[in-house]
Structures are given as structure tokens and as C-alpha cells.
Design a protein around this ligand. Structure first.
Ligand code: SF4
Ligand code: SF4
Length: 313
């Protein structure tokens, strides 16, 4: 084995991904650049809004929630956004979950936490399998909640307005309550600011639900130090939709049956995978971890036998 070559390759993939993640983080939160350089980057807003990631629609930094939020919002208005759905499917078919692994700022934050050198924990496979379903339940819950809006927007405006009113923010930004970004960068900082302004804990007691959900997401962020990408794995609604599509993506990984020495003699790829994918139980020809793979390429870079390859088609 050529150790020198292995080192260069290991570092190269990591370095390129980190650079892409930093650039994407700054561009998505483009107000950072506007503040530093006194420039106007408002033109980026329309691109951000259709990026296949889950951001926070109310985040003053980003101003864009991502394409799925737009699709869901259109449905609440009684419109089936065929064009947007088509764009989303095409992007994922061609790029798999590359945007999750390389572009999404919430993913980047979890990767920063996971970069803290600690022994990574594995969740019991049967429990992991059950937990993976949470994000699908969340999407189904949102769809059930917004379908009455979509079907009555034109047919029954009185019911529509009443129901929309009852849903509150959930009707206007259906994904935001499940967006970690929304809580960590909008609701929670707002609450802390109000606490300081009023010098009381009233802001917490007047919105206990927001407080507890914010704490839950903060715990998830901390947990991602030991359980990489824990929010992406189990909660992110965009992950649910993109997993279902990316199973059929042209972009995949394959494992060489000739080079791979298997779990007993190696198994490094599985230990390194931030999504806890049982790579060695997947077919050799191609694998996506049932759509869970975010194409971070960590398995490829760490494999000492160069057994994992990118497969197109
Ligand atoms: S790291 Fe490479 S050689 Fe080792 S088990 Fe995984 S694919 Fe096989
Ligand atoms: S299977 Fe490989 S590329 Fe996919 S998430 Fe796991 S480590 Fe990353």
C-alpha cells in the first residue's frame, strides 16, 4: 500500500469539502459578506430560496428556506408547484444528496461539532432504523396539516381563512417548526434578547413550547459531537424527501468486491460514516444507504484499500 498517496488523498477530499462548506455557509448567510464588505448581494436571495437544503425562512441572515419550503407553501395556497417539484427531483436525481453533505449550513454546523475529537458513538442498529422513520412521520404530519388549506383555498375561502388562522405560523411557513436553523438562529436568540430587554423570564413562560423545542435542538447540536449529523439522520424534513428520491439518483457509490476485505478485517468505512450506514451490507454494484448517503465521501477517503468509488448512471 502506498501510504504517502493515501495521506494526500485523505486530506484532499476533506480539505476540498471544508472549503466548499465554508464558502457555501458564507454565501447562504450572505449578510455576513454584506456587513464585512459593504456590498449588496440581494441578487443571491432568489438562488438561496430554491437551493435543495433546509434553512430558516425567518433567519435575518439567510432570507431563504430552501425549495421544499416553497413547495409546501405553494400547496397551502392551493397551487401544485409542478415546476418546483420537477426542479427538486431533477437536482436530486443528478446530484443525490450532495447538497446535504457539502452545502447545507445546518449540516456544516453539525460537521464542525463532529470534528471535535471524541469517540463517536453508534446507535443500536434496530433503534437507528426506527429513529430514521421520525423524519418521514414529520413530513406526513406536515402534509396532513396543510392539505385542508390547499383544497379549500379556492373552494371554501371562509374555512380556509379560519383554518389558516388557527394554524398560525405553521400555515405560512410549514417546515419552519421542524427546522433546527429556525430555532437556533431565530426563535432562541429572540427569546434571549427579550429576556435581557425585559430583565425577566417572562419571554420563556409566555412561549414555553418554543423554549423547549429550542432546548431540544440545542441538545441535538451538542449530541452531534458524538452522533454526527444526528439532526439530518432523524429529524430534517428535507432529508426525508431527498432520501426517498436519491435512492434513484444517477450519482452513487460502489464498492469493489476485489479490493474490499470486509468487516472482520477492516470495516473502517462503516466506522467513519457519519450517517451510520451499513455500507458492507449494501450491494457492491452501487449503494445509497436507502437514500441516507449524503455523499460526504468520507468512506471513500478513509478506505485503505481504495475499494469505494463514485458511480454515475
Ligand atoms: S474501508 Fe474499504 S476495504 Fe475496508 S471494509 Fe470498507 S470498503 Fe472494504
Ligand atoms: S456512505 Fe460514505 S459518502 Fe455516504 S454518508 Fe456514509 S461516509 Fe458519507
Amino acid at each position: 500500500m502506498d501510504l504517502k498517496k493515501l495521506n494526500v488523498r485523505d486530506h484532499l477530499i476533506t480539505i476540498v469539502r471544508r472549503i466548499v462548506q465554508i464558502i457555501a455557509f458564507v454565501l447562504v448567510n450572505y449578510i455576513i459578506l454584506e456587513l464585512i464588505f459593504s456590498i449588496n448581494l440581494i441578487g443571491l436571495e432568489s438562488i438561496l430560496k430554491i437551493l435543495p437544503i433546509l434553512n430558516s425562512p425567518r433567519n435575518p441572515l439567510s432570507n431563504g428556506a430552501g425549495i421544499l419550503e416553497f413547495i409546501f407553501f405553494s400547496i397551502t395556497e392551493g397551487i401544485i408547484p409542478v415546476f418546483l417539484i420537477g426542479i427538486l427531483i431533477i437536482i436530486i436525481i443528478f446530484t443525490a444528496r450532495f447538497f446535504c453533505g457539502w452545502i447545507c449550513p445546518i449540516g456544516t454546523i453539525q460537521d464542525v461539532c463532529a470534528a471535535i475529537p471524541t469517540k463517536k458513538r453508534i446507535i443500536k442498529p434496530s433503534r437507528h432504523k426506527s429513529l430514521l422513520k421520525i423524519k418521514y412521520v414529520i413530513v406526513i404530519f406536515i402534509v396532513i396539516l396543510i392539505i385542508p388549506l390547499g383544497t379549500t383555498a379556492i373552494a371554501n375561502p371562509a374555512f380556509y381563512l379560519d383554518y389558516r388562522n388557527n394554524l398560525g405560523d405553521l400555515g405560512n411557513k410549514p417546515l419552519s417548526y421542524f427546522s433546527l436553523s429556525e430555532y437556533i438562529f431565530v426563535f432562541f436568540p429572540d427569546m434571549v434578547r427579550e429576556i435581557f430587554q425585559t430583565n425577566t423570564l417572562d419571554p420563556i413562560f409566555s412561549n414555553l413550547l418554543v423554549f423547549f423545542i429550542s432546548i431540544f435542538y440545542l441538545i441535538l447540536i451538542i449530541a452531534s459531537v458524538w452522533y454526527p449529523r444526528i439532526y439530518c439522520r432523524y429529524i430534517c424534513p428535507f432529508a426525508a424527501v431527498s432520501s426517498a428520491i436519491s435512492e434513484y439518483s444517477f450519482l452513487k457509490l460502489s464498492r469493489s468486491p476485489v479490493r474490499c476485505v470486509g468487516r472482520t478485517d477492516c470495516g473502517i468505512c462503516e466506522k467513519e460514516c457519519p450517517k451510520q450506514i451499513r455500507i458492507l451490507d449494501e450491494p457492491y454494484e452501487f449503494f445509497t444507504g436507502k437514500g441516507e448517503c449524503n455523499f460526504c465521501l468520507k468512506c471513500k477517503e478513509k478506505c485503505p484499500y481504495d475499494a469505494i468509488n463514485i458511480k454515475i448512471g
